[in-house]
Design a protein around this ligand. Sequence first.
Ligand SMILES: C[S@@+](CC[C@H](N)C(=O)[O-])C[C@H]1O[C@@H](n2cnc3c(N)ncnc32)[C@H](O)[C@@H]1O
Length: 297
Amino acid sequence: MADTQQDLRDRVRADYAAAARKVIDGGTGCCSGTGIEVDASFGAGLYQPEDHEELPAQALAASLGCGNPTAVAELRAGERVLDLGSGGGIDVLLSARRVGPTGKAYGLDMTEEMLALARTNAAKAGASNVEFLKGTIEAVPLPADSVDVTISNCVINLSTDKPAVFAEAFRTLVPGGRLGISDVVADDTLTPAERAERGGYAACIAGALSFAEYRGGLEAAGFTAIDITPTHAIADGLHAAIIKATKPTSAVSPAPPAATPTAATPCCGTGQAAEAAGSCCDPAAKADAVAAGTGCC
Ligand SMILES: C[S@@+](CC[C@H](N)C(=O)[O-])C[C@H]1O[C@@H](n2cnc3c(N)ncnc32)[C@H](O)[C@@H]1O
């Protein structure tokens, strides 16, 4: 029987939780015992020696990316950066250095063990302008137009709903904001079945988009100035690539997907995202909305 989207996401979460535990126990995030079979095309070897000097050992040990998005994102002092699928925090910590004390670097990850590791690494690095958020990259817990740059390192291929990821990246970037991603991308000639023959889903291979699919997905979300440049081979017909795109300055961000209020979550958003957006209702409005079964904000 084919895996459902939930099966795939659960497996990704379990494998990356195991990888985080391995690092906490003194190993590296790769590979045996985690279901993540990656080689030197991934990880800390893709960073410059000066990057290594800035980072706690466990941030490097947990590195499972396929590039160095901070090297291409051209971060500036004072900018707000969001890292989609931040893992052990390597790119958040590098971003935090680049944007300085007047800027901020957010990491977003769905795996509790990775978040715990990233927070420990941030404390070891003495980074005060970082915040790690629990959530999925398909429903980012930040308000619209709230970050200047979105980066991601070998995570979007793991998503079971890539159009939602691109839409959320677009929504949360300010107009004129930039996307700088490292990811695995397949040749346009490779079918999904051929991609899956070359590696597993949690190993960042089977879920890779082709070059045309990546470009089409970003265009559909509203991005412009899209550039996809392969950097190194990952497997036959699969490449690590740097993907850059821009949210046009004229863009109006779409509203986030409205949640249906229930007695348990009587707001149109949840948790930090709703609070940050100021979208939680006053108590009376919440009660009315739950009774009516409608949105309240
Ligand atoms: C290949 S690792 C990369 C981690 C980090 N970017 C790095 O370069 O080391 C993938 C990370 O993305 C997270 N992840 C995968 N799918 C996700 C999703 N749909 N939403 C949030 N996090 C996700 C995993 O928990 C894991 O920490």
